[in-house]
Design a protein around this ligand. Structure first.
Ligand code: FAD
Length: 388
């Protein structure tokens, strides 16, 4: 199917943009392009998550901060999303002896928001659906695309699809990016860190939050760390970050309790010993990868955004926020350069690569700092705390 206008200078007929990946950044991006009047085709490998009983994804909740909010605001979504978020004005530090000390994020009144990832994705899909010029194509897993013709091929679909612009929003393991790797002078690196993470739910107690809800709770413990973010259903989502080799030592329910007794004793009665044992083994610990690449574009045909361009370790809570900001930045360049993709895409690379790489570096730098200063307790404490 040829959606393209076959005319790179065409202004009479609106061009067709194919957004590959209908995740957080892809759906927001679709709204941006649709708002400009483009015909937008979103191709998402999963089924519609609004119909799914179980939504697989990375963290259950996310921190939304200023740069992400600015990007949502531009398409009129900021208020809807923040109304379903929980403001966190401070971190709450849990010492080993159970004492808790708050450290504010900024001045009085400043806060970041705890947001449910699945709900955010659903809201973005529903927002995209309100534009008559957006088509959502679920169960469309991109297999490949041709840098010569721009034709895209999808799993289980024989027909090739063409568009005027391909926007790769298909995440850290982007299939769109694979074609970039074959191009001369395309730089690429990916780094897995030795830490993994797993998530544990802290249920409500007597229908109320088990801890104070307007905080991002942090348990800094040398090379380990646990954080907890509140959810609207009065649960907390706890994320334990720890080297894989340490996860491998915790092999039984009894060892889980022993480990928590040693490092996070105050969390055991709040989570519940049985729930703790169950959640710890629900999924294997997940890996974290950092991706850096340059350029972000290929000719006037394709551009990478979000994690496809700059996946980062989560120690700054900025991956999604930076991906949302990508949409805002590209949009500004579209204004400046009259939507001429042959000028817009190189300019986007010029402006955005240094920022994308800087934020990925900062996230990694803080992770490395944490590891290298394990013997300096005060330094480590500050590092853990400052990152979140
Ligand atoms: P993704 O969310 O990965 O979406 C990619 C989409 O593309 C998916 O829907 C996928 O199904 C689809 N797809 C993949 N391959 C194909 C294909 N071949 N064809 C079609 N579709 C495809 N960021 C923050 O800002 N704040 C936080 O607090 C935060 N916490 C985090 C905690 C953890 C533990 C982790 C791991 C990450 C965290 N992040 C956070 C980062 C954030 O999750 C990512 O930056 C964000 O999800 C990137 O969005 P994306 O749309 O670019 O990619």
């Amino acid at each position: 199917m040829d959606y393209s206008t076959n005319d790179s200078k065409s202004t009479s007929k609106k061009k067709v943009v194919a957004v590959v990946g209908g995740g957080l950044v892809g759906n927001l991006n679709a709204c941006y392009f649709a708002k400009r009047g483009f015909q937008v085709e979103v191709f998402e490998s999963r089924e519609d998550i609004r119909q799914a009983k179980i939504v697989k994804g990375r963290s259950i909740n996310l921190v939304l901060s200023h740069r992400g909010r600015q990007a949502l605001k531009h398409v009129g979504m900021e208020d809807t999303i923040i109304s379903k978020g929980i403001p966190m004005h401070s971190r709450m530090i849990h010492a080993l002896n159970g004492t808790q000390s708050p450290i504010p994020y900024g001045k009085k009144g400043q806060y970041i928001l705890s947001i449910d990832r699945a709900n955010l994705n659903k809201e973005l899909l529903s927002a995209a659906e309100t534009y008559p010029n957006i088509n959502l194509n679920f169960a469309h897993k991109l297999l490949n695309w041709s840098t010569e013709t721009g034709a895209m091929t999808f799993h289980l679909f024989v027909e090739e699809i063409q568009a005027d612009l391909i926007v790769g929003c298909d995440g850290a393991f982007s299939a769109i990016r694979k074609q970039f790797l074959r191009q001369s002078r395309f730089n690429y690196s990916q780094t897995y860190i030795p830490h993994g993470y797993l998530e544990i739910t802290m249920p409500p107690i007597n229908g109320e939050f088990a801890m104070k809800p307007d905080y991002l709770h942090i348990w800094p413990r040398n090379t380990f760390m646990m954080i907890a973010l509140p959810n609207l259903d009065k649960t907390f989502n706890c994320t334990l970050f720890m080297p894989f080799e340490e996860f491998e030592k915790v092999t039984t329910g009894d060892k889980v309790i022993e480990f928590f007794q040693k490092y996070f004793p105050d969390a055991i009665p709040l989570i519940g010993a049985e729930a703790l044992k169950r959640d710890f083994f629900r999924l294997p610990a997940q890996a974290m990868v950092s991706v850096k690449c340059s350029s972000y574009h290929f000719g006037d045909k394709c551009v990478l955004m979000g994690d496809a361009a700059h996946a980062m370790v989560p120690f700054y809570g900025q991956g999604m926020n930076a991906g949302f900001e990508d949409c805002l930045v590209l949009n500004e360049i579209m204004d400046q350069l009259n939507e001429d993709f042959s000028a817009v895409l190189p300019e986007y690379t010029r402006v955005r690569v240094p920022d994308g790489q800087a934020i990925a570096d900062l996230a990694m730098y803080n992770y490395v700092e944490m590891r290298e200063h394990v013997n300096s307790k005060w330094f480590l404490f500050r590092k853990y705390v400052d990152n979140f």
